[in-house]
Design a protein around this ligand. Structure first.
Ligand SMILES: NC(=O)c1ccc[n+]([C@@H]2O[C@H](COP(=O)([O-])OP(=O)(O)OC[C@H]3O[C@@H](n4cnc5c(N)ncnc54)[C@H](OP(=O)(O)O)[C@@H]3O)[C@@H](O)[C@H]2O)c1
Length: 342
């Protein structure tokens, strides 16, 4: 058994080391998975840079999703069988040939689905599904703004919002990504590094015109997003990518700047406009509402099988290219999902 350990915060070139992995048998509620592929998530970049509070102390194995085969299971696991091919949301530990994880984050997949695509369903689609269906309850005809829409969660949100008959505004940071958004069916693609998304939407539709905002950037993006909300509108925040900046060095200044640029909100302002500010954190959902995590994962696998969603894997890497893969994600080159094959 092998794993890529995160041994040092900072540059991807020096952050990871391939080591032998000592893994105990799964506990009563866990299965052990022999992995074909593990997925990358932006939270992994945040963990590498030292920004991710939930990350265990180093050296540790990070990684949120894998696809592979169950080779052992605990005595309380009755919904899964040894030998089944599965996709799984792991609570760290994914960058490994083998991982133990709670059965609530594990769903069977058929032999036809490509393993990298399956990893996109585990984290990014289940997050998007929980946010769009449970937290935001998107309705037909609603105007929806998705920040960083060309990314993994962003792509999933576009597809789930279009499935519900929403009008989608999607932001991204390059002209190539804008082309990608058009292909995904985004009605109003906006290059937010060239144009102020708030001014753009205000000019198109007026200030209080958006029913749902999905924000993974944080700070002033949330502040401006709230100003765009119509009465009855909701804003879901599920990330703060701007803290990462474009450097390998952790910056307290950037953390504080992001924190202060959120602005100040009063409960009465939400009450007066019947609006909501909602947080989404799938680790908390997995820990405290495991049946909901299971339902989200099962539902997205079914939607995939019915061709109602279509994850995009923009690049597959080999395990010995992990540093390159991390850099690719951090430097904003990816669209959709990135996966790493053993
Ligand atoms: N709360 C949860 O449970 C949960 C679960 C999964 C993911 N997330 C969050 O959701 C977001 C999307 O995750 P993902 O894995 O699908 O990643 P991703 O969207 O594929 O990649 C991140 C994207 O964020 C944009 N971005 C904006 N500012 C950036 C910066 N300073 N540095 C790098 N990228 C920046 C880039 O798109 P542009 O080039 O278009 O700007 C980049 O491609 C992340 O913030 C992640 O932490 C949260």
């Amino acid at each position: 058994m092998k794993a890529y350990y995160l041994i040092k915060n900072g540059s991807s070139d020096t952050a990871f080391e391939l080591r032998d992995l000592k893994l105990n048998d799964p506990n009563d509620n866990e299965v052990m998975i022999e992995t074909e592929v593990f997925g990358l998530n932006f939270a992994d970049v945040m963990a590498r840079l030292g920004y991710y509070k939930a990350c265990p102390p180093l050296p540790t194995v990070i990684g949120y999703d894998v696809a592979g085969k169950i080779i052992k299971k605990g005595k309380n696991v009755t919904d899964l069988e040894i030998g089944q091919r599965v996709t799984a949301l792991t609570r760290f530990g994914g960058y490994a040939t083998h991982v133990n994880t709670n059965h609530h984050g594990v769903v069977p997949i058929n032999d036809e689905i490509d393993a990298a695509t399956a990893t996109a369903l585990a984290t990014q689609y289940s997050t998007a599904y929980y946010a769009a269906e449970f937290s935001m309850s998107l309705q037909k005809g609603e105007h929806v703004l998705i920040q960083a829409a060309a990314g993994g969660v962003g792509t999933a949100l576009i597809q789930l919002a279009k499935r519900r008959g929403c009008i989608v505004y999607g932001t991204a940071g390059s002209e190539e990504k804008l082309e990608y958004l058009k292909k995904q069916g985004v009605d109003y693609p906006i290059n937010y590094l060239k144009h102020d998304f708030y001014e753009y939407i205000k000019k198109q539709r007026g200030e209080k015109s958006i029913d749902a905002v999905f924000d993974s950037i944080g700070g002033n993006y949330v502040k401006k997003g709230l100003k765009l909300l119509a009465p009855g509108g909701r804003l879901a925040m599920y990330g703060a990518a701007q803290i990462a900046g474009n450097s390998d060095k952790k910056s307290l200044y950037r953390q504080l700047k992001t924190l202060f640029s959120f602005g100040k909100y009063r409960p009465t302002q939400f009450f007066a406009q019947s609006q909501s500010l909602i947080g989404v954190n799938m680790l908390q959902i997995g820990d405290h509402k495991p049946n909901i995590l299971k339902k989200c994962m099962t539902d997205v696998v079914k939607l995939y099988e019915k061709n109602e969603i279509n994850p995009v894997v923009s690049k597959n890497f080999n395990a010995n290219e992990l540093a390159e893969a991390h850099n690719y994600l951090q430097k904003r080159k990816s669209t959709g999902k990135l996966a790493v094959k053993w």
